[in-house]
Ligand binder design. Sequence first.
Ligand code: ZN
Ligand code: ZN
Length: 253
Amino acid sequence: MRFASLGSGSRGNATLVSHQKTTLLVDCGFSARETEKRLQRLKINADTLTAIIITHEHSDHINGVRVLARKYKLPVYATVGTANCLAADVMELVTEFSSHQCFTINDIEINPFPVPHDAREPSQFVFNTGEHRLGLLTDVGMSTPVIEQALSGCDALLLEANHDMEMLDNSIYPEHLKYRVAGRLGHLNNVQSSKLLEKIDTSHLQHIIAMHLSEKNNSPNIVAPLFSQALNCDESWVGIANQSTGFDWRELS
Ligand SMILES: [Zn+2]
Ligand SMILES: [Zn+2]
């Protein structure tokens, strides 16, 4: 299995997960044209994508879904709650899934799990090839036992580290937005993410990448030491996905 990010953060998210002949685009938060451009950088043509899977309906995750899916006739997978927020003319391409049930798209098994976030029916995923498991968790206000169980024992983790609490507190954000981001249906802060790492089984971990960093209220220089401490690993081993270029292909072996 290999995976990459087209970009990660509140201005757009899209992740690639690929195994054998299957390449999934997880979320499409950039315009279709921008997505095509970013896919090219990762040597992927949009017409070779197998499907788009959506975590939730916030615009930084679905911006380009409609145009890209219709242009390339791509199947779109979403929960009922998420699907209800999509444009009517994309519905013919949509397959609905339950966030409590595994499903398979060609060579990749997808294990969805529900997460607390202020969307209709948000879910995040573990991608399973039988040999390796890749866990994805962003856009979540707090950890839950379901999340911890799902992410335990993964071989790679793409984990939200949205904000530094103090930076958010001191930011120019209006009060209601600070509450939203820090709330239980908002986003994980650096300490919450580190604690999650300490709690789950990370003994198989080959890759850890911090995702969905706030450009205003966080910094890789804060996240990397925290994650390395939580995992007892070298700081240079902690990957950081950024807004403009995400991260390049990584492989599980
Ligand atoms: Zn988001
Ligand atoms: Zn969101």
